[in-house]
Design a protein around this ligand. Structure first.
Ligand code: ZN
Length: 123
């Protein structure tokens, strides 16, 4: 039984290892800066489109997010334009679909607009 005693002593020696991990080494300011970077919302510019339903005359106002709602397209000259298509349905019960197509230049300035099912209203 002398051999078993030897094994027990061996485990006891291994458990005495110094394995304390230092947490202080983490640079918290780095993570703070990183989270500020992601949380700071640069307010996306908004465009508004106001239309009047051809069928019931309801005026519908829709918001266009000039970053999220636009898709970049290139014309034959390689010039980039932004395109946005929206289908508006009023809150009345006429269910007329009003389709709006907006084209913006590279600076997100409105170039042209098309509408079916309604008319643009200037506000
Ligand atoms: Zn309508």
């Amino acid at each position: 039984m002398a051999g078993f005693e030897g094994v027990e002593v061996g485990f006891a020696e291994m458990g005495a290892g110094d394995a304390i991990i230092s947490v202080e080494a983490t640079d918290m300011s780095f993570f703070k800066k990183l989270s500020n970077l992601f949380s700071s919302k640069s307010g996306a510019p908004m465009g508004w489109v106001t239309v009047k339903c051809n069928r019931c005359g309801e005026v519908i106002r829709a918001r266009v997010n000039l970053y999220n709602d636009l898709s970049l397209e290139y014309d034959e000259d390689g010039k980039g334009t932004y395109f946005c298509r929206k289908v508006l349905i009023g809150e009345q019960h006429c269910f007329q679909r009003i389709e709006v197509e907006l084209t913006y230049d590279a600076n997100r300035k409105l170039l042209s607009r098309e509408i079916t099912g309604g008319q643009f209203v200037e506000v």
